[in-house]
Design a protein around this ligand. Structure first.
Ligand code: SF4
Length: 226
């Protein structure tokens, strides 16, 4: 039987899983924390975003009603580690207001909205790009939406499975068309990609340590090929 792209993507995932284990994302205790974490993680490492999340929690502010009513400056001073804190404070306040007004601060009510409609609503918020919206859809609402980031594009274009410079939509479509539509799988697949991209397939890739350099005979990375 002919080997398909689905087989290839599943084998790559299996190799990543075997190397790194399950990543247990999103590292948040509640869906709302995952939503706020997705905003705080824009353009910074998760380590920085996590420090800002903890500051909000320690101040007793990780609550949608409190954040919706808070002064932007009061939020900003708690999220300094996430950088761009004034902008992000605005986004957090505005998102929290919408979450309270339109979804009753209930993650189940938000998750009950049809995926495309909810994505459009999130994308209409100021400062919400596709990656942030999709992160919330996948990790807070458990919708089967594949999250794309710079690591995804870098790794899969180096691998030779995506063209260099593939767009967000093109990359997302590639995974959506070739993987089973499964939120659990999408959750851990993206997490594995972040793990590989941040530790091994960096700007200067450490191909000698890469668990997917050669997955099986013909399935091997175009860049890491020996
Ligand atoms: S073999 Fe090298 S270039 Fe290819 S995915 Fe692994 S680290 Fe990246």
């Amino acid at each position: 039987m002919a080997v398909t792209l689905t087989d290839d993507l599943n084998l790559i995932y299996d190799a990543l899983f075997a190397a790194f284990g399950h990543q247990h994302w999103w590292p948040a205790r509640t869906p709302f924390e995952a939503m706020i974490g997705a905003i705080l993680a824009q353009n910074v490492s998760w380590t920085n975003a996590a420090r800002a999340v903890r500051n909000l929690e320690d101040a007793g502010m990780l609550d949608p009603h409190l954040l919706a009513a808070a002064d932007t400056a009061a939020i900003a001073c708690l999220i300094v580690p996430s950088r761009y804190y004034n902008q992000k404070a605005e986004r957090i306040r505005e998102f929290s207001a919408v979450y309270v007004a339109e979804f009753g601060a209930d993650p189940a009510a938000m998750a009950a909205v049809e995926t495309g409609e909810l994505r459009e609503r999130l994308l209409a918020l100021r400062g919400f790009g596709k990656e942030t919206a999709d992160t919330i859809l996948l990790y807070a609402c458990e919708k089967p939406v594949f999250v794309v980031d710079a690591y995804t594009r870098r790794i899969f274009s180096r691998y030779g499975l995506l063209p260099e410079g593939a767009s967000y939509d093109q990359t997302q479509q590639f995974f959506a068309e070739n993987l089973e539509s499964d939120a659990e799988l999408f959750n851990d697949y993206h997490a594995q990609i972040v793990r590989l991209g941040s530790t091994i397939c960096k700007k200067s890739p450490l191909c000698d340590r890469c668990p997917i350099r050669e997955v099986r005979g013909p399935l091997r990375c175009a860049v890491g090929r020996t």
